[in-house]
Design a protein around this ligand. Structure first.
Ligand SMILES: [Zn+2]
Length: 271
């Protein structure tokens, strides 16, 4: 499933290929994604120019003259740019054809992705308005975690994965960040000190930044055969390593279930 780093990698790959292009027409081959693709997308987008592609959480925000196209990749979605005449592939559900004849194709085999159009502030869209801060923004801080966690009995791992607390910290990144910060995933969020949250904020940012960087080095462009960024090229220190030795201390990495998710940790390094 594309996580925040993959979505950001997609944004960085796609934006220079679509910026300032004018939409000629939109073709919808299958509108039944997680939510229906707006049927009038062709009349909405025709003759509008792409100004920029931004990201909020796992949504891509493609800004046009009169509004914003919100794209969510769901479980299996990806975007790629094709030349005119290039054959459409199975699961290419939506195509934005530009006046220079290049085509942006949205492919999604499992169809959990979504495409919305809004002419209002996209950050106030119902899918986005309740989301917590971006992990790289100043709104995500030791203070914000400390305040939000007082009195909470929830374990720190599901706490940090809650999109109302901070967006984009999926299961892998939560496990890796907690390891780097030396925090046991089962510790009560309400008992973690401000200083310890300081370390966690740093390691969350570090882990995500490395994943984005890894994605950036593995994709040459979004016009290749797959159009997929290089997921999970990052070296993982605990995730998926149950039974192997911790690189830091040599103890065996453990696996547990926590909030319905697999959790990996080192019982010596994480307290
Ligand atoms: Zn260890």
């Amino acid at each position: 499933m594309p996580e925040l780093p993959e979505v950001e990698t997609t944004r960085r790959g796609i934006e220079p290929l679509v910026r300032n292009k004018l939409v000629d027409r939109v073709l919808i081959h299958n509108s039944s994604l997680r939510w229906p693709v707006p049927a009038n997308l062709d009349s909405i987008l025709s003759a509008q120019k792409v100004h920029s592609v931004e990201r909020r959480s796992k949504y891509l925000l493609m800004n046009f003259d009169r509004g914003t196209l919100l794209i969510h990749l769901g479980m299996t979605g990806h975007l790629r740019i094709c030349r005119s005449g290039e054959a459409r592939r199975k699961h290419d559900h939506v195509e934005l054809v530009f006046t220079d004849h290049s085509i942006l194709r949205f492919n999604d085999s499992r169809r959990f992705g979504a495409i919305f159009w809004t002419e209002a502030d996209p950050l106030l869209h119902e899918r986005l308005v309740a989301l917590g801060p971006e992990p790289m923004s100043e709104l995500f801080s030791a203070d914000s975690l400390f305040r939000a966690s007082r009195g909470r009995k929830i374990a720190v791992k599901p706490f940090i994965m809650d999109a109302q607390i901070v967006v984009g910290v999926g299961n892998i990144y939560a496990s890796e960040a907690l390891f780097r910060a030396g925090i046991s995933p089962v510790r009560q969020a309400g008992r973690v000190s401000r200083n310890t949250y300081e370390r966690l904020v740093r390691s969350v940012r570090e882990v995500l930044a490395e994943a984005i960087e890894a994605g950036g080095t593995t994709i040459r462009d979004f016009t290749d055969t797959e159009g997929r960024p290089g997921y999970f090229k990052q070296e993982l220190r605990v995730y998926g390593r149950a039974g192997e030795q911790c690189n830091a201390c040599g103890r065996v990495i453990k696996k547990a279930r926590l909030g319905q998710r697999s959790t990996f940790y080192c019982p010596r390094c994480q307290k």
